[in-house]
Design a protein around this ligand. Structure first.
Ligand SMILES: Cc1cc2nc3c(=O)[nH]c(=O)nc-3n(C[C@H](O)[C@H](O)[C@H](O)COP(=O)(O)OP(=O)(O)OC[C@H]3O[C@@H](n4cnc5c(N)ncnc54)[C@H](O)[C@@H]3O)c2cc1C
Length: 432
């Protein structure tokens, strides 16, 4: 039987980051992933957008601090991956202000933290982004709604942050983190599933793996992405969670970008809660298009994360495409869906859970709600801070760990990501 200091379950972008930070801290780490490679789970489907438009100070700071690490990726990792390095691609982030979401909370937080932005009225928006229809169509509608084709009821304003962008290859980013973790001594085991969490007297003692192997270990971190609910249930800590997290099916499409919105045009990434979409440029003259959970689109909760339809549906594809055509009138709707379906691990308030649990030695980084790729660098450091605190006898539930952001020197209250928190007030969507 293997013995180690920590087992990290999952080698997605967040699991690999947790493994790196714990290994950097001098612990012996074994990463166990049932998939074939780092980032092959939900990370591989990520739109990997880097933005700062969250509803709470801790979330904005986490994204802003993490972005500095993406920009200096080699410096953050300390070692280059022979398979190549993921790259931050600047694209800017245009956020349309509408009835249901006017962005005022975000702008107030950006003012407070010093995140720069510009504001645009409708005329300025038209001048800066000539291909954009600046009409207000709120609320988002289904295409079978007779009001779908109604004229605009006014014009939108917007704000824009130039420091946003995306990571060109999310799976490679996870590989880079896993490679750096291995460089610091972490052992990576793929095609190996954790099947149970062993415990005695309220403490973790080990994990059992498929094939009847096992590891004796006092600290386990659950970073199982959409499977993390199952793993929390294995550990018997699901009952204490005040915040639920569940797999939620999402579709993302790759479509031809009209002029002005291609990668070579410089972006932008657009958040459009007025029609219920986001899109960002990517290589090959295409846009990646996803949804923002408008009320009219039913949420597709999934019982078993190993059993869901991975192909995009024609109905949702048509809905997204016609919404996109509304916003970008020069967009030519493709005849066939090209895209994928994947799972978020969505929490009740769309804020992640980075926390300990009532089972000593069992930690979790889950409920990442379709918006935590960007925060992987800090999420790893948060989990290390939580494990260190527990080692030092600090009860994070009673005395929440405070994390100092190295870029801003500001404090991030890790209690904001507690499984026991009151739900945070957020947009109630993937925007967080
Ligand atoms: C379609 C989509 C678009 C997104 N877009 C963005 C975006 O633009 N910006 C952003 O910031 N975030 C985005 N996200 C969210 C972000 O990608 C995720 O939060 C992040 O990738 C989660 O990483 P993870 O390491 O927690 O989980 P995962 O990448 O899902 O990894 C979990 C791993 O755990 C393994 N595992 C599960 N169960 C077991 C077990 N029992 N034993 C061993 N291994 C196990 C799996 O094999 C898997 O590899 C998006 C997500 C999706 C799905």
């Amino acid at each position: 039987m293997t013995e180690t200091d920590v087992v990290v379950i999952g080698s997605g972008v967040i699991g690999a980051s947790v493994a790196l930070e714990l290994a950097r801290g001098g612990r012996s780490v074994v990463v166990v992933d049932k998939g074939p490679a780092p980032g092959a789970g939900s990370t591989s489907a990520s739109s990997s957008i880097i933005r700062y438009s969250y509803s709470t100070p801790d979330a904005v700071l986490t994204a802003w601090e993490s972005a500095a690490k993406w920009r200096d990726w080699s410096g953050h990792l300390g070692v280059d991956d022979p398979e190549g390095m993921a790259r931050f691609v600047p694209s800017g982030n245009l956020l349309l202000r509408t009835v249901g979401w006017d962005g005022s909370t975000v702008m107030a937080l950006w003012d407070e933290i010093g995140i720069p932005y510009e504001t645009f009225d409708a005329a300025q928006l038209r001048a800066r982004f000539p291909g954009l229809d600046v009409g207000r169509y709120y609320p988002p509608k289904r295409i079978d709604d007779p009001a779908f084709a109604d004229d605009a009821t006014g014009e939108l304003t917007a704000f824009y942050n130039d420091d946003s962008g995306y990571i060109d290859d999310p799976m490679l980013a996870a590989h880079n983190l896993a490679h750096a973790a291995a460089h610091h001594g972490a052992e990576l085991r793929f095609r190996t599933a954790v099947t149970s969490i062993e415990q005695r007297d309220g403490r973790v003692t080990g994990v059992t793996l498929d094939g009847d192997d096992s590891i004796s270990v006092p600290v386990v971190v659950n970073v199982g992405g959409p499977h993390s609910g199952i793993i929390n249930a294995m550990a018997g800590v699901d009952g204490e969670m005040k915040i639920r997290h569940r797999p939620l099916r999402q579709e993302v499409y790759a479509v031809p970008a009209p002029p002005g919105f291609r990668l070579e045009d410089g972006g932008p990434f657009l958040a459009d809660l007025d029609v219920g979409l986001y899109f960002r440029p990517q290589a090959g003259g295409t846009l990646l298009v996803g949804g923002t959970e408008p009320e009219c689109d039913p949420l597709e909760w999934i019982e078993d994360p190993d059993d869901f339809d991975e192909l995009p549906s024609v109905e949702l594809f048509e809905t997204y495409m016609l919404r996109l055509a509304r916003r970008l009138p020069e967009f030519g709707v493709p005849s066939k869906p090209v895209g994928l379906a994947a799972l978020y691990d969505a929490s009740d308030d769309w804020v992640p859970i980075y926390d300990r649990s009532g089972l000593d030695g069992f930690f979790m980084a889950c409920g990442t709600s379709g918006n935590q790729f960007k925060n992987a660098p800090l999420a790893g450091q948060f989990l290390r801070a939580l494990v260190d605190a527990a080692d030092a006898g600090i009860d994070h539930d009673a005395e929440p760990v405070q994390f100092t952001g190295p870029l801003t020197g500001r404090t991030i209250d890790l209690g904001a990501f507690s499984r026991l928190r009151q739900p945070s007030v957020t947009s109630g969507t993937v925007m967080g």
